[in-house]
Design a protein around this ligand. Structure first.
Ligand code: PBG
Ligand code: ZN
Length: 325
């Protein structure tokens, strides 16, 4: 088996259309989904119009509606009830992947976020060291590999590690290939900054670092916004380790890097228009200070212009109207 599998991104129309390089089209948009174990009702997420933390039942209804709105690509975030940081049980989210693929099959392309922050008691994206002031890289990668395998075995078309540990791309690729899962696409949150724009997401994913921990924020693992060189190091490293798709996150504040990196590194690039960015646009539109459809269209166009092949946006489910307006 070739370690550099270029056919992976040619294997179906979904991913071929994701990797094209012109216009803003519904084909290029990925809708995030949140599903929590044991929720009685879908819970609205503050700031994110029309986005809910679903339960297992409402998730299927939501995806059914989204398919009706022309959305075909999704990024799933699972929020299990139990929390631990070693030998984490990934079966809740894997079960949601299985249910979605059983119900909708190839009608949808399903990426699954791989991280620990919705599962750990402290809300960090990895396993804490004994002192509680740093993440243990290799212990964290071990858990991430198990999660990625569970989701890929359940039928995820793509696994997307968002933790920012070192070496996780190579470790996950090797594990997938070793398990006969060579068609599973690996999307790296390669260039993910330590940003103030993740607030609504952390409500939806129940993943904020808990106060009181020695490690207070994610600055020891996410990138410093004032150090663009690190973006290059991460992107080149993850490309070399076998990521099929690379990501810049957040979007608008980092368009400079999206432009430069996407020209220099010949992989498909995703941009994550993150929760705080999306909420800011919605707040502007809600005050009647901008036309909602035109506002979103303009920003989506900026991402495509800067070199994004695909855009993760909470508004994918409205985009058919926005793009037609
Ligand atoms: C963490 C993760 C984050 C997002 C997705 N996965 C950021 C964080 O909590 O630090 C942000 C997505 C968004 O804000 O829309 N694994
Ligand atoms: Zn995380």
């Amino acid at each position: 088996m070739s370690p550099l599998n270029l056919r992976r991104l040619r294997q179906n129309e979904h991913v071929r259309s994701l990797t094209r390089e012109v216009h803003v089209g519904l084909d290029q948009l990925i809708q995030p989904l949140f599903v929590a174990e044991g929720g009685a009702h879908p819970a609205p997420i503050p700031g994110l119009t029309g986005v809910h933390q679903d339960n297992a039942e409402s998730l299927l209804r939501q995806v059914e509606r989204d398919l009706g709105a022309g959305v075909r690509k999704f990024l799933l975030f699972g929020v299990p009830q139990a929390r631990s940081e070693r030998q984490i049980d990934w079966s809740f989210t894997a079960g949601q992947v299985r249910a979605l693929k059983a119900r909708f099959g190839r009608d949808l392309w399903l990426a699954t976020d791989v991280c620990l922050c919705s599962s750990t008691p402290h809300g960090h994206c990895g396993v804490l060291n004994a002192e509680g002031d740093h993440l243990d890289n290799d212990a964290s990668v071990g858990e991430l590999v198990r999660a990625a395998l569970a989701y890929a075995h359940a039928g995820a078309d793509c696994v997307a590690p968002s933790d920012m540990m070192d070496g996780r791309i190579a470790a996950i690729r090797q594990a997938l290939d070793g398990a006969g899962l060579e068609r599973t696409i690996l999307m790296s949150y390669a260039v993910k900054f330590h940003s103030t724009l993740y607030g609504p997401f952390r409500v939806a994913a129940d993943s904020a670092p808990k106060s009181g921990a020695a490690l207070r924020d994610r600055a020891t693992y996410q990138l410093d916004p004032a150090r663009p060189s690190d973006a290059w190091l991460c992107a080149e490293r993850d490309a070399a380790e076998g990521a099929d798709i690379l990501m810049v996150k957040p979007g608008l504040p980092y368009l400079d890097l999206l432009r430069e990196l996407s020209r220099a590194i010949r992989k498909p690039w995703a941009v994550y228009h993150v929760s705080g960015e999306f909420a800011a646009l919605e707040a502007l539109a809600a005050q009647g200070l901008a036309n909602r459809a035109a506002l979103h269209r303009e920003i989506l166009t900026a991402f495509r212009r800067a070199g994004a092949s695909m855009i993760i946006t909470y508004g994918a489910r409205y985009a058919r109207d926005w793009l037609a307006a």
